[in-house]
Write a protein that binds this ligand. Structure first.
Ligand SMILES: Nc1nc2c(ncn2[C@@H]2O[C@H](COP(=O)(O)OP(=O)(O)OP(=O)(O)O)[C@@H](O)[C@H]2O)c(=O)[nH]1
Ligand SMILES: [Mg+2]
Length: 522
């Protein structure tokens, strides 16, 4: 056996018990974990009998199976294989005592416009507090000119920070509140501070991992991890080669250690993409079924923790929904039926929340689920107007919405919902298409429903009418077939009924041609 292979296997089998850092038991264990995971997750084809507990199906009774039972087993096996241990340096389980550093650009073009360093630090604290068993031990704002460069801080500030961190031996990790730390920077900081170092990407990814419930969300997160894994492999294998200076090729294979790692990663990525595409097809099928049933769809979007789920729960009375005071509580797109004032049924779609400086890879990996938004009839943009950064949050959401290439009529008809007005005094928005509510207390919901109905009727080309029909004719049965009958008020004396319907423009045209002598009132 070549020495390189022995090396790979030894790393694969044992390294998980070795910690290269004295203070942290679960520091990154290197790209070889991925190799181990891949080998461990292998099972011969056909041995994939699984429980089939697919939490990913949240669309309820509309769902139909498009593929056979046997294929289902195979699919489950493939999905689980794609989801096998990612190999990403794991965030250690258990308690984390975190020190937060916020590098603040205080002047020049990089200075943030709609926020302050204090508010950004508060959001970093909220992110950490969202994770169970994680606590913030201390925090600091330090000025920098180049938060995205290899050396984030100047010499003096770095020394001060290092002394502070080393003076607190209880600290188990440091969260540097920047979008992404390059692997060499992260490694250097970890060596200097002797604790694990996280950036926004790894913290948000960890929250996602903790909160993901459905297979689709888990696959999307696994996909978002790939770029991180790739750069880790490049970085760590390069270092390994430098240290050992040994042969770069695995004997007989014509492949270097890094090439092998990258190939395995590519294979894993393809598996994830394939599994996601299958789920996407299923989602499209369900969407087309919903559209056939003519339920208008309202996407409820907004910054994380603004109250989207609370609002949908208030509008639909769906007891299954669980709003939580937690960032990224909702990671799965789910639809919930609710009635508008005219008793028209609409589906409210709960979506993943936004975050400013949310790493691009993460947003992209969730864009498949956001496909549903593009197909909806109306968007509610929910805002927590009691939040000190509400304007920045609005801008972040609108920027993402614009980048989702949504149809322009959707962007133009957005209803802006000012939520949590119970927490502030005298909030009376004056902008058009804006409604103030408290989803928690149920204030302003009737006005909101009326506005939703008005917009839905406009965009779907539907009308709400009361039509007088002759009960001896075929009008009523025609209306039951071609429109949504809301109410039938029979007038026994003259054998007629006043029928309240929601009817599309095209169906109304047909009705008028078929029954030219009917009378209508709106
Ligand atoms: N005071 C007050 N609190 C509210 C209101 N609406 C929601 N909340 C609270 O805000 C927190 C977040 O609510 P969610 O409905 O989970 O927010 P979300 O936008 O779905 O959050 P994510 O799914 O994490 O993006 C919960 O603690 C809610 O009780 C409101 O009108 N007033
Ligand atoms: Mg939610």
């Amino acid at each position: 056996m070549s020495s390189r292979w022995r090396h790979v296997l030894r790393l694969g089998g044992k390294l998980s018990t070795i910690s290269p850092h004295p203070r942290a038991a679960c520091l990154p264990r290197g790209p070889w974990r991925f190799l181990r995971a891949t080998a461990a997750s292998y099972r011969p084809p056909g041995n994939g009998k699984r429980g089939g507990n697919d939490h990913g199906r949240r669309w309820g009774p509309e769902e139909t199976e498009e593929e056979g039972e046997e294929d289902e087993d195979e699919r489950n096996f493939e999905e689980e294989e794609a989801l096998a241990e990612s190999g990403l340096p794991a965030v250690p389980p258990g308690h984390q005592k975190v020190f937060i550093v916020h590098p603040a650009v205080k002047w020049g073009p990089g200075k943030p416009q709609l926020t302050t360093a204090e508010l950004q630090l508060a959001e970093a604290v909220a992110l950490i507090n969202t994770i169970q068993n994680w606590t913030v031990l201390d925090k600091i704002i330090l000025s920098t000119k180049v938060p995205d460069k290899k050396f984030i801080f100047g010499k003096g500030n770095f020394q001060l920070l290092t002394e502070k961190i080393k003076g607190l031996p209880e600290i188990s990790s440091v969260f540097v509140n920047v979008e992404r730390l390059s692997p060499p920077t992260k490694k250097e900081l970890e060596q200097a501070w002797e604790v694990q170092v996280f950036d926004r990407y790894s913290v948000v990814l960890h929250i996602f991992r903790c909160n993901a419930q459905t297979k689709e969300a888990k696959l999307q997160i696994a996909l978002a991890e790939i770029p991180l894994l790739r750069s880790n492999i490049r970085n760590e294998v390069a270092q390994l080669d430098q240290q050992r200076g040994g042969s770069r090729y695995i004997m007989g294979s014509g492949e270097t250690f890094m090439e092998l790692q990258l190939r395995l990663l590519k294979e894993k990525e393809l598996k994830i993409r394939k599994a996601l595409e299958r789920l996407r097809r299923k989602r499209r099928l369900l969407r087309s079924q919903r559209m056939k049933r003519e339920f208008p769809t309202v996407s409820v979007m907004g910054y994380t923790n603004c109250g989207k789920t609370t609002l949908i729960k208030a509008l639909t009375g769906d007891a299954g929904l669980q709003p939580q005071d937690q960032l990224f509580a909702t990671l799965d797109i789910t639809a919930h039926a609710g009635s508008l004032p005219s008793r028209l049924t609409v589906l409210y779609v709960d979506t993943i929340g936004f975050l400013s400086q949310l790493p691009h890879d993460l947003v992209e990996s969730f864009s498949a689920t956001l496909e549903d938004v593009a197909c909806s009839d109306l968007i509610l943009h929910v805002r927590d107007v009691s939040h000190p950064e509400t304007n920045l949050q609005k801008e972040s959401v609108l920027t993402v919405l614009r980048n989702l290439s949504l149809p322009s009529h959707l962007l133009k008809s957005i209803i802006e919902v000012h939520n949590k007005v119970d927490l502030i005094d005298g909030h009376h928005p004056t902008e058009p298409n804006t409604i103030a509510i408290s989803a928690l207390l149920g204030h302003g919901l009737e006005e909101l429903k009326e506005e939703i109905e008005k917009k839905i009727l406009e965009v779907t080309g539907k009308n709400i009418l009361t039509i007088k029909v002759n009960l001896s004719g075929t009008q009523l049965s025609w209306l039951y077939k071609e429109a949504t009958v809301q109410d039938v008020d029979v007038v026994p004396e003259d054998g007629t009924a006043n029928v309240k319907v929601v009817i599309s423009n095209s169906a109304l045209g047909k009705y008028k041609r078929l029954f030219p002598r009917s009378s209508y009132s709106s």
